[in-house]
Design a protein around this ligand. Structure first.
Ligand SMILES: [Zn+2]
Length: 205
């Protein structure tokens, strides 16, 4: 029985070391939802054979890939060319416990000279959605060097969620030079990096 003391001390040391190790381990991942706008029967803007829905999906998949290892886990509303009901998209984000919602779109204007990045929030958006939108806008403009057309308000389906929610219009398909870039893999990667950085900045990570 004399040997029991040192054994208990050793066990206690191991238990404390384990507790310290676990508390210093990686922080749990933060869940965010990223939406590829449009899909399926809804192509979004179509210019010179380029369909917005395809650009949006390529970017959303890139965002998901680039977010790996950053502490955020990106869940997509769609991973293929299907249409998902708009309100379903934000309901899904709430149901899985996401902390924010970002929708990716490409823009259209009848004036081909209009080019650049905009981020939209709903007209009734709360302060957190605006803060998210500002963060995304700043980071995407910085990553791409595109013209900064600012954060704007419009009536959007994002009003159906209380989550911080913003819609990034990553560029104009109707602007020929920007359309070329939006089809370029390297430029798509820069947009995706901007979106990930914008989310991380918003979250203070
Ligand atoms: Zn769109």
């Amino acid at each position: 029985m004399d040997n029991l003391g040192p054994v208990l001390v050793a066990l206690l040391v191991v238990a404390i070391a384990l507790a310290v190790f676990l508390s210093l381990g990686p922080r749990p991942e933060i869940l965010v939802v990223v939406d590829a706008g449009h899909g399926g029967h809804d192509p979004g803007a179509v210019v010179a054979g380029v369909q917005e829905k395809d650009i949006n999906l390529a970017l959303a998949l890139l965002v998901q890939r680039k977010a790996r290892g950053t502490g955020i886990r990106v869940v997509l509303t769609r991973t293929t060319d299907v249409y998902v009901d708009l309100v379903e998209r934000v309901r899904m984000a709430e149901a899985i416990g996401a902390v924010l919602y970002v929708s990716i779109h490409a823009n259209y204007h009848r004036d081909p000279k209009i080019c650049g990045v905009e981020t939209w929030v709903d007209t009734g958006a709360h302060a957190e959605s605006l803060r998210l939108a500002e963060s995304l806008q700043r980071a995407v403009v910085l990553a791409t060097g595109a013209a900064d057309r600012g954060v704007r308000r419009q009536t959007l389906y994002l009003r159906h969620t209380k989550l911080p929610a913003a819609l990034v219009e990553v560029g104009y398909l109707s602007c020929p030079a920007e359309r070329e870039k939006l089809l370029d893999q390297a430029y798509q990667e820069r947009i995706a990096e901007g979106i990930v950085q914008g989310i991380l900045n918003y979250l203070g990570r």
